[in-house]
Design a binder for this molecule. Structure first.
Ligand SMILES: Cc1ncc(COP(=O)(O)O)c(C=O)c1O
Length: 413
């Protein structure tokens, strides 16, 4: 089918949930994705943070081939070797004790919320005073299922589906005083992303995350770190919280975990793990042999190729080049991030939208989050040369826009 035929068929047949760009992709190699005309696009978004090893990775392809010949699915009624193999790798790297596997980010988050409420229930049985409220952060994004959506900040995600799950309060981002004011023994968990992704690539301050840890520990509440976007090496460490020297009670992983095969994971401490017993939670597909085998291969490949170090090195270079660009283009008002999760905040939503479209015309994929923030989530195999290509394109776009709309004009206004 041609692009126009697909578009027409989708418009007739699919639920209206996406506003897709008119591009039809058929393949890819390394950091480039290829459309049906054979045109290559430099992908600085990697399928929203999923394709960490890029496209056409031989190790992933071999793992899929090997495991699909052996066994694709068993259900969780029986054993296969994949979950233990993967749990060993993940718990060691994240500094956690136990794992649960599922199929997506939002599912991992649901499991984390259920663990927190069940854990508080156990503490109450043991005579502790602890409630069921969650403290989430303003601008947070945790997914689209009911619990995840209810702990996601923006009204547009929650309001059409009200009533949402009760017992969630939002704390102002990085506002320690607000956190202290809203915390009490009614709270069963504080929910954070060490670097907010959809919220505009915003890292938490050391002070805020340390206070969240201390407050939670003071009552037996949990600190839950959503690492679905910023985890699995993207920031240069396996988990972004490791930059802060703090340890959450639960963390959630997904996006790059299984190299593009859908998979989510929840990791937790032994203390939290006692909240679940057989039958309290489960999934038909989660932790299947195929996804586990690929995830193991992805982790091994990241280590073999030293990709966490590359994420740090090339990410720092990317940020430094964006800062230099900001000196020449006042439309860039902030550059932030860690490793290869990077945001460049612009002074208008209109300019941000136009920049994404102009980058696309130059065959470079990025997107815009929180209206004004250009977001870069490239594969971990990115090189400085790719960064230079992106920076040159941005330079050209901002120069053209500055000429078309001098300061005080519509776009930069
Ligand atoms: C921080 C965070 N949590 C949860 C999710 C939800 O993940 P999924 O789309 O796999 O359900 C996302 C997705 O973007 C995310 O960025």
């Amino acid at each position: 089918m041609k692009l126009e035929e697909i578009r027409a068929a989708e418009a007739r047949l699919l639920l209206s949930t996406y506003d897709r760009n008119p591009l039809l992709f058929v393949g890819g190699k390394d950091v480039h994705i290829i459309d049906e005309k054979g045109d290559r696009y430099l992908d600085l978004l990697s399928g929203i943070g999923v394709n960490a090893l890029g496209y056409g990775n031989a190790v992933i392809e071999e793992a899929i081939a090997r495991q699909s010949h052996a066994l694709i699915h068993t259900s969780n009624l029986y054993f296969h070797e994949g979950q233990a193999n993967l749990a060993l790798r993940l718990t060691e790297r994240a500094g956690m004790d136990r794992a649960f596997f599922c199929n997506s980010g939002t599912e991992a988050w649901e499991c984390a919320l259920k663990l927190a409420r069940a854990h508080a229930g156990i503490l109450r049985e043991e005579g502790k005073q602890i409630g069921t409220r969650f403290l989430a952060l303003e601008q947070s994004f945790h997914g689209r299922s009911y619990g995840a959506m209810s702990t996601t900040y923006k009204d547009k995600y929650r309001e059409p589906f009200a009533p949402v799950v009760p017992g969630v309060e939002f704390v102002r981002f990085n506002d320690v005083a607000d956190l202290r004011a809203k915390f009490s023994s009614d709270v069963c968990a504080i929910l954070v992303e060490a670097v907010q992704g959809e919220g505009g690539v915003r890292p938490l301050t050391q002070e805020f995350i340390a206070e969240a840890r201390a407050l939670a520990s003071s009552t037996g509440a949990l600190l839950i770190a959503d690492e679905i976007q910023c985890g699995m090496g993207r920031t240069g460490k396996w988990c972004a919280y490791q930059h802060y020297g703090i340890h959450p009670d639960i963390t959630t992983l997904a996006k790059p975990l299984a190299g593009g095969i859908p998979m989510g994971a929840v990791l937790c401490t032994e203390e939290v793990a006692r909240s679940f017993h057989a039958g309290m939670h489960g999934t038909t597909f989660g932790g299947g042999p195929l996804a586990c085998a690929v995830a193991v291969a992805v982790i091994d490949e990241m280590e073999k190729k030293n990709l966490l170090a590359n994420a740090t090195e090339v990410g720092n270079y990317f940020q430094s080049q964006l800062r230099l660009l900001a000196q020449r283009h006042p439309a860039i008002v902030d550059v932030r991030g860690k490793g290869l999760i990077i945001g460049a905040e612009l002074d208008s939503a209109e300019l941000a939208k136009l920049t994404v479209a102009e980058m696309l015309k130059r065959h470079i994929l990025i997107n815009c989050t929180s209206d004004t923030v250009l977001r870069f989530l490239p594969p971990y195999i990115l090189t400085r040369a790719h960064v230079d290509t992106a920076i040159a394109a941005l330079d050209e776009i901002f120069t053209e826009q500055a000429v078309a709309q001098p300061v005080g004009g519509q776009i930069h206004g």
